[in-house]
Design a protein around this ligand. Sequence first.
Ligand code: ZN
Length: 355
Amino acid sequence: MSDIAVFDGHNDTLLRLYGPASRRELSFLVRQDEGHNDLPRAVEGHFAGGFYAVFVPSPSRPGAFTALEVKFTESGYEVPMEGAIDPNYALHAAFAMTAGLLQLEHDSAGRVRVVRAKADLDICLREDVHAMVLHFEGAEPIDADLNALHTFFRVGLRSLGIVWSRPNIFGHGVPFTFPHSPDAGPGLTPAGHALVKACNELGVQIDLSHLTEKGFWDVSRLSNAPLVATHSAMFELCPSPRNLTDKQLDAIRDSGGIVGINFHVGFLHEKGSLDPNAPLSEIVRHIEYAVGRMGIDHVGFGSDFDGATVPRELGDVSGWPRLIAALRARGFDDAALRKLARENWARVIHATWKD
Ligand SMILES: [Zn+2]
């Protein structure tokens, strides 16, 4: 088995632990028999840390993404697109999830650290401290004056997805309809342009996952940072609007950026099948395609653990060594595996953050 440590582009563990529908008595520090991620299982899977998302679900559906309603059609399925949510509700929920993260760090007695600086990340990856980077998946908690951006930045926000799959004051997200192109709506609003500029100035990473293709090209034109999609897969292999086209992959590569490959079965299977019995090789297939198109330096993991249906064969964060082993069996050597598993993410973070 492998002992290659992993830094991951995306999970929704904060939603499961501290979201509006959470059971607050669950502790990240204690092994659980539900969900995908807790510290004992992370240690078992050499899961060294990652971006921890604050995702605010619709008040009418306070659980996870997997609770969305799917209507099957002849060629695939449709998922009713979510409307914009109330920013005050979003701010309240973001406070709850962020407070949960900070309390968890406190309670962990040094085993978990909220990472706010490059040096912190390097220390965590060296010293077996679980690194949590605060990420917002959708900018609904942020006001047009960007006061919340500046405040949450001081608290630790270092990565921001402009949208989830719904509209907000900054831009528009893609639906989950399958099959469908990511060119599924308008680009960024004027407030969105200002948000990109402010993120660049603060050194906050901008996440392109969930954004419409027009929004993607807006960010690509406006941003001076490497382009990042924290949890997306390959459109050529699975025509979901949540996946990236070859042209988008080329732009990410040319900017020095990264794609964290999403493990959600519906974004991997060529027909969009939501069957959790999809083999691990489905993830490997997307990683090999991404590496073939962009090169080994621009691909990482973006699991979507605790926010998606991942292949049963992977299971949870303790299953990461099985994915590493499957990649090794396909010819990735240790140097390549270390890049995929954490070094590419660390490079992009170093190029994006100011401190
Ligand atoms: Zn997502």
